[in-house]
Design a protein around this ligand. Sequence first.
Ligand code: ADP
Ligand code: MG
Length: 325
Amino acid sequence: MKIKDIGGEFALIDRLADLVALNHAQVVQGIGDDAAVIRTAPEPAPYLLVTTDLLVEGRHFKSTWASAHQIGFKASECNVSDIAAMGGTAQWMFVSLALPEDTEVTWVEKLYQGIMASCRQHGTALLGGDTTQGPTTTINIALLGSVLPVHLCLRSQARPGDRLMVTGCLGGSAAGLALLISGRKPSDYLLKKHLEPRCRMDVAGLIAPLANAMIDISDGLGAEVHHICTQSKVGAEIDAKKVPLQDEVIQAGRMIGVDPMQWALGGGEDFELLFSISPQNLPTLLQSGVDCYEIGRVTNQAGRALLIDADGHATPLTGGYNHFG
Ligand code: ADP
Ligand code: MG
């Protein structure tokens, strides 16, 4: 049986999670969230956060489209995004590389300049890694961070009645990629969204004390809503007309005949935050000036994630990138 036969990446991770099932007093959250959460000292001391991401040339980036600086910057931002999604701050980074024999030294140096540009923004220190030769350029970043226990936002903490919010417009990265694939030149905005995305650490600290569940949008809104529903044992309703799309994403959709909602729901790599918040906390959040949009609500219909169209018709919420799926 191959990975795709069991449903892809997420089904595989579920099986692996069963194999490593552990019940350790220090583990607040193991496999199943944006980062692992470890209690290293009694509360209210901060929890340790650990996340890791693997990027493979041809799969996650193409050196023909992205500069080494952009690839490094994005590799760091997608890890910081996972720490932001827990409500935490990023601290210690390790970078491991597999590089083909003919790799230019200057390319690797520029990759590191990109990583460091992101690290400077988030106050992250790069402390080590590993380097090996391999058939395809492969970049693995592991990032440690911390979060106050009262600020921790798990995927499993959404409650029926919560509002579902996103921190910015969706679909930009996928629209930029679709234009690149079609051979058209994306606008500067879409190109940046795809090649130099910025994670939302800038607002995560304001949201975390007020939100219940939080996740970053790396695989598309559809997939992330499903993750929250599964982990929180709740349902969700997303209002299609409230999902924020930039004009340039809508224009790109017209240009190549794609419904831009497909990019928002299934494209991924927007690195905005999706979170649930109680109606009581919503006014405080909005007063704080965080740019965010209400896109739906959490229901008590466990596992039922619905997309409500402009006419009020409900269909199952689909979309989401799934490696092997
Ligand atoms: P994200 O998109 O936020 O980076 P992923 O979908 O990659 O999250 O991973 C979801 C969860 O599965 C995380 O807790 C991650 O640590 C875990 N995970 C992914 N791949 C593996 C693996 N090969 N072994 C163990 N845990 C894994
Ligand atoms: Mg994530």
